[in-house]
Design a protein around this ligand. Structure first.
Ligand code: SF4
Length: 219
């Protein structure tokens, strides 16, 4: 993911779009567009839907009634470091603050990752919380993007969750297969899918049955 566009001005220049006054918007949420993603955007077309996902626009900063920095109430749902508990039987793990592409529409673009997800390489606080709440049977790995984690950390986390008897569903929120360009994403997905299939056999007597990595592409 090293080869990426990191400014709105550069993005416009590369796509032969006129410059504009969106510097303030670009500062409010950093631009990050991998080269591979850039190649899918039609040059010279300001309405390209892929472009609109990543192009900073001054309209983002318009003060509109009913709009909020925390539109889905994440801040009020932080139950443990790195864990959101919004619904009785479902919990979401903030596994990382990193993403493979920065989406302008992200509802977590103003989420205080540093405060809500202090450096804890083993994510023990959320795992302890899950153990203390056996009613939670669905776990979401989110972020940021969990597929930006190195294999050891990602698969270690999946193993920890697989070992929880109460968990019946594991969901992984990621854009990496279609948006990011980290080397190794494909093999991570293959391993996760294999793990899911094995889960149906190895965890037959635990709560977690077969689980899947579902990928919906934008194209
Ligand atoms: S990949 Fe997801 S978390 Fe990251 S910026 Fe895009 S929508 Fe937000």
């Amino acid at each position: 993911m090293k080869r990426a566009i990191r400014s709105g001005a550069e993005l416009r220049r590369r796509l032969r779009l006129p410059a504009d006054e969106s510097a303030e918007a670009a500062e409010s949420f950093s631009t990050f567009v991998p080269e591979e993603f850039l190649r899918r955007i039609e040059p010279g077309n300001p309405h390209d839907p892929l472009l609109r996902q990543v192009l900073p626009l001054s309209a983002e900063l318009a003060d509109r009634r009913g709009y909020a920095a925390d539109p889905v109430g994440d801040l009020g749902s932080i139950a443990a470091s790195g864990l959101l508990h919004k619904y009785d039987r479902r919990a979401l793990l903030i596994t990382t603050g990193a993403c493979g592409v920065h989406c302008r529409y992200c509802f977590r673009r103003e989420f205080p990752y540093q405060a809500a997800h202090p450096a804890d390489p083993d994510l023990q606080p959320p795992l302890d919380y899950l153990r203390a709440h056996p009613e939670i049977d669905e776990v979401l790995l989110s972020g940021g993007d969990p597929l930006t984690l190195v294999d050891e950390k990602l698969f270690g986390l999946v193993s920890e969750i697989e070992s929880l008897q109460q968990v019946r569903r594991l969901r992984i929120h990621t854009r990496m297969p279609v948006g990011g360009t980290r080397q190794g994403t494909q093999s991570q997905c293959q391993t996760l899918m294999t793990r899911g299939e094995h889960g149906s056999r190895e965890h037959r007597r635990s709560g977690l049955g077969q689980w899947f990595l579902a990928v919906r592409t934008t194209g």
